[in-house]
Design a binder for this molecule. Structure first.
Ligand SMILES: *Cc1c(COP(=O)(O)O)cnc(C)c1O
Length: 488
């Protein structure tokens, strides 16, 4: 056997690395400090500001052929990107369900990028880190040791994979080879009218069709109506459809409602349906002793979709899918390929390849920022962040109740508050003006077809003063609009 040859000492620069690392290192430290300055000063700036045309024009340039100094490129970022972000890191952000991120998560992203690991599979420690987080999620949600799971971009993808897994459970492997049509079954799924749009899209992408997702009416609390659900399943069976999937939601995107999960688990068991829960918004309530009872029943799901990038405050993106039946999960996605042959030893070893559990082959190291977040803050502090956002939502609801000009439009189950100023006719304008003013940024949605102001409090930086600024801002703008409006 040949002895391994000593590494050749290169004296010239090779590839894209510098020969002298000192300038890159110095620039790197400056960039890191600039980001910490940004995070430290977040609250002093506006939530959001529209980018002027002169700024937009800087990103319509032709392909760079010659190099640009890194410091110059960074200056462009500082001038033309950093001040014009989406706003979700800011304490006044309440539009849409988005997390705030943390400095710890930012540092972990840097480490992950430096390592440049590909988590499709093979034998390396980054895979063990993802498995560690998987084990923690099993523990968080009370899933068995045998459950499988993996990181995905977000809950939209996780919900999609769950639909495909449920399809495999209903149709077997035939559906993978020959397609759903060849299986001669007309599969139907069930969720409430308040289900997130990605579940209907998942039915489309899975080849089953959005129409086959039956949208069941909700009660006054925006929870799925169980009588209507049973009736819809029975009606479909009578017509020759094959009910296969029941999707519950733990925290609906519009109002944060939680479906009656234990009752859904019972119905799924009795009807032989796969029970999936979209817990994108509310799943991490399990980390808070105060909130956990509200999502009881999650532990009975066949699969769970949730997001570390929302309540978990992990930087984008970090969605997760947890699946009770690992064997079914594996069967749904595993595929043979010569270039992916597994070995007993060497780099192609390892007994758990994430590419067998989803459609992605190349995968980034989302697990690292999540590991760092859970490790450094601990589950208790993250649960407390979730509980705090719910307390802020309650404070907002109480202030709405105390102001005669404001009306609460949906019960507050978690951290989302929907309300109107007056009869609501000025609300879209009020929200747009608030966003432009930059102190607080709610959004709008429709409740029972009527527009409302929606405040989703997800960010760990949001504080009581931000809630008060929202109320004060809405009242101020609403009064001005009412005064300025002609009498009807
Ligand atoms: C955010 C959200 C989704 C989509 O999750 P992404 O991570 O944005 O893909 C799905 N369902 C609910 C209830 C959500 O709040």
């Amino acid at each position: 056997m040949l002895a391994p040859s000593p590494a050749v000492v290169e004296t010239e620069s090779s590839g894209l690395d510098p020969t002298d690392w000192r300038p890159l290192r110095a620039q790197g430290h400056a960039m890191l400090d600039a980001m910490f300055d940004h995070l430290e000063g977040l609250a002093a700036g506006p939530v959001w500001r529209p980018a002027p045309d002169s700024v937009r024009a800087r990103f319509t340039a032709p392909l760079p052929i010659e190099p640009t100094d890194l410091a110059h490129a960074h200056a462009t970022f500082v001038e033309a990107v950093l001040p014009y972000g989406g706003g979700n890191a800011h304490p006044g952000f309440m539009g849409w369900v988005q997390g705030g991120g943390t400095g710890v998560g930012m540092l972990a992203e840097m480490l992950a990028a430096g390592l440049n690991a590909n988590l499709g599979g093979r034998d390396h420690m980054p895979i063990a880190v993802e498995r560690q987080v998987l084990a923690w999620t099993r523990q968080m949600f009370g899933f068995p040791e045998t459950a499988s799971g993996l990181f995905l971009t977000g809950a939209s993808q996780a919900n999609f994979l769950a639909v495909v897994i449920a399809r495999t459970r209903a149709l077997g492997l035939r559906a993978r080879d020959r397609g759903v049509l060849a299986c001669m079954s007309r599969l139907t799924a069930y969720a409430s009218t308040d289900v997130h749009g990605c579940v209907g899209q998942a039915m489309d992408l899975a080849g089953l069709g959005t129409d086959q997702l039956r949208r069941i009416p909700v009660d006054a609390n925006h929870r799925i109506d169980l009588v209507a659900l049973r009736a819809a399943i029975a009606a479909d069976r009578a017509l020759g459809f094959t009910p296969f999937l029941l999707v519950g939601t733990a925290g609906t995107v519009d109002v944060g409602a939680i479906d009656p999960l234990p009752a859904l688990a019972d119905i799924a068991a009795e009807q032989g349906l796969f029970f999936h829960v979209d817990a994108a918004l509310g799943g991490l309530a399990v980390l808070s002793p105060e909130l956990a009872p509200r999502v009881a029943g999650l532990e009975r799901a066949d699969s769970l979709a949730f997001d570390f990038h929302k309540w978990g405050q992990v930087p984008y993106d970090a969605g997760f899918l947890l699946v009770r039946d690992a064997e079914l999960h594996h069967r749904t996605f595993a595929a043979e390929a010569a270039y992916l042959t597994r070995a007993e030893q060497g780099m192609a070893g390892g007994d758990w390849w994430p590419c067998d559990y989803g459609p992605d082959l190349s995968r980034g190291f989302r697990a690292l920022k999540t590991w760092f977040t859970l490790k450094t803050y601990g589950a208790t502090a993250l649960g407390e962040v979730a509980a705090q956002t719910c307390r802020l939502a309650r404070r907002l609801a109480d202030r709405i109740a105390a102001e005669p000009e404001l009306t609460l439009r949906a019960p507050v189950a978690l951290n989302i508050v929907c309300f109107n100023y007056g009869d609501g006719r000025h609300d879209a304008g009020i929200v747009a003006d608030l966003q432009t003013a930059g102190r607080v940024a709610p959004s709008t949605t429709l409740i029972d077809g009527r527009p409302v102001i929606r405040a989703a409090i997800v960010n760990h930086r949001t504080a009581p003063r931000d809630i008060d600024a929202l109320i004060d801002g809405v009242l101020h703008l609403g009064r001005a609009a009412t005064r300025g409006a002609p009498n009807p």
